[in-house]
Design a protein around this ligand. Structure first.
Ligand SMILES: *Cc1c(COP(=O)(O)O)cnc(C)c1O
Length: 405
């Protein structure tokens, strides 16, 4: 026991020395533009609750009603006896919104990525990932055992090189698959995965060009819309809708926990995809269904986002984005996203900047390795529809008072 404790303490000390130690901060208020931490009110520019829905009355009422009608817990996995009506209602609403045949929800976006990858690809298949995809896709890629290729971030030439390599592999006889018992022999699959809006940089993937490439090489495409769902497009479905290319994307995934203000993950696509996941996605099959309250809140959010009220919140968000962009534009700050990375490089410098902002009453996280590459530490500012113009001005003034920014 003593050596166990000593060893783990040594590891923590090393993390601290490198400026990489993480700690939980207890928040004593609901999510919103203002939160209280340790008795101190802070102006919050760190949340992914882009439309300010996490504490919205419509979502809370839906959650309460679902708890009253369906209880606090689901009792079992969806496939045993936990497939409660609120999950079905949510999936119908999601599929109609995204314009797909069907949808499946998971307990988290992380579980959705893990379950989907391991259900669809295996060791005889090829996965081609953008260098900056989220940890859940990286972990799913490792777990499924597919041959992995990484293309340089948003680099179409490099993606094409990887697709060409993959096409050559699947023609090569030595890679032909030996079917497991009871399994039909099938051709090797190539799946490309990217995010539509990148979580830590806020820039966008060239999705239309990626669609063209994957079609030319006969690959499939999965797009993670975690930071675009609720934000982009006429119906605010995401970047794929905005670009009019949704029906060319085999697997549309995202989270219910960011702009949709609740919790859970989703995959939208053809009925055959969804039925396949129900049969093969282990993070769906072997896990208790989420609480009905979360599903009901997400359903309320999907409806709200499509309403006039949703349009107003969306417009408010983009007003804040353009004000913030005008106030703190750095050479690297991309246009057209609510995520503003302020790259500092050094991990301890990012921590010091975040602490200096906290002293001024602002909550902005220092994002460090392994969330981003070593030496690419940054402040990640996110604005939401719940902020006011004055909030943005206060942030800009505080940032300008920090040396080196
Ligand atoms: C947050 C996030 C996820 C995971 O979603 P959760 O519902 O939080 O598990 C997946 N992909 C990206 C890009 C994310 O930012």
């Amino acid at each position: 026991m003593l050596s166990f404790d000593a060893e783990l303490r040594t590891e923590l000390a090393a993390l601290q020395k490198a400026g990489l130690l993480r700690e939980l901060r207890r928040v004593d208020t609901p999510q919103g533009s203002h939160v209280t931490i340790g008795g101190r009110p802070l102006l919050n520019f760190s949340s992914n609750d882009y439309l300010g829905l996490a504490n919205h009355p419509a979502l809370k009422e839906a959650a309460v009603r679902a708890s009253t009608d369906f209880g606090a817990g689901a009792g079992a996995s969806r496939l045993i006896c936990g497939s409660l009506a609120p999950f079905h209602e949510l999936e119908e609403v999601l599929a109609a919104w995204k314009g797909t045949e069907a949808a499946l929800t998971f307990s988290t976006g992380y579980a959705a990525a893990l379950g989907t990858l391991t259900a669809l690809v295996g060791k005889d298949d090829i996965l081609i990932l953008d260098k900056l995809v989220h940890a859940c896709v990286v972990d799913g890629a490792r777990l499924c055992g597919a041959k992995l290729r990484i293309f340089r971030h948003n680099d179409l030439e490099d993606l094409e090189a990887k697709l060409r390599w993959a096409a050559a592999q699947s023609r090569h006889p030595s890679t032909r698959r030996t079917p497991a018992a009871g399994d039909r022999q099938r051709a090797s699959r190539t799946l490309v995965i990217t995010e539509s809006v990148f979580s830590m940089d806020g820039d966008r993937a060239p999705l239309a060009e990626i669609v063209a490439l994957k079609e030319r090489y006969g690959a499939w495409l999965m797009v993670d819309e975690a930071h675009a769902t609720g934000l982009h497009g006429r119906r605010r479905c995401g970047l794929a809708e905005a670009l009019g290319i949704s029906e060319h994307i085999e697997i549309q995934m995202g989270t219910l926990g960011k702009a949709l203000g609740s919790s859970g993950g989703y995959v939208c696509g053809h009925r055959a995809l969804i039925n396949n996941l129900v049969n093969r996605a282990r993070s769906f099959i072997y896990s208790t269904a989420p609480v009905p309250a979360a599903a009901a809140a997400a359903t309320a959010a999907v409806r709200l986002v499509q309403s006039n009220h949703g349009a107003t919140l969306n417009a408010a968000l983009w007003e804040r984005v353009s004000e913030l962009d005008a106030a703190i534009r750095t050479p690297r700050s991309p246009l057209g996203s609510a995520i503003f990375p302020i790259i500092l490089g050094d991990e301890t410098a990012a921590l010091a900047a975040a602490a200096a902002l906290r002293e001024q009453g602002l909550l902005v996280p220092a994002i460090r390795y392994p969330t981003v590459a070593r030496g690419a530490a940054r402040l990640r500012v996110t604005c939401t529809a719940a902020h006011s113009r004055q909030d943005v001005e206060q942030l800009a003034a505080a940032l300008h008072r920090i040396p080196r920014l």
